[in-house]
Design a protein. Sequence first.
Length: 168
Amino acid sequence: MRDVKRTSRPRHGYTLVEVLLVVSILGVISAMVVPSMLSAGQMGVQAAARAVVADLLYAQNEAIAQQAPRQVVFDDTNDRYELRDEFGNALGKDWVSGDTSKYVVDFTEDDRFMGVSIVAVDFNGGSTVTFDDLGGPDTGGSVTVRFDNQRYRIDVAEFTGRVTVTKL
């Protein structure tokens, strides 16, 4: 019998396992690198914008649930805002001090928002938006928060109360 020698041809390509391994490694690396590319202040202004949106929606839902008006009063001079009931009394909880008699978010005292400021508030010329018992705002308007050169404008639609965020 003749001895037949088999020659193997070189591979041209990657196996599925190799491709998945590389993609997984890249995913882990990007998950570690991307957050470090943002400064703490940049993440703080994003967190501040999310907090304002969440609290506007909270006030709106609280007005519906309690069938009573709820206000969000912004103080751009002191970089803070407060949630109030239909009589103007503060409500909720101050998350920084733990005081349960008021719901105040103060960007100057809360470590999560250090360096973030409220640069503009305009609810039909005022600084207060009131949600009625159906969750509709008395007026539309916006709030702008800033850290360095990053700005986010939070808009409240006039009739529907829809809250949107725009990076400026």
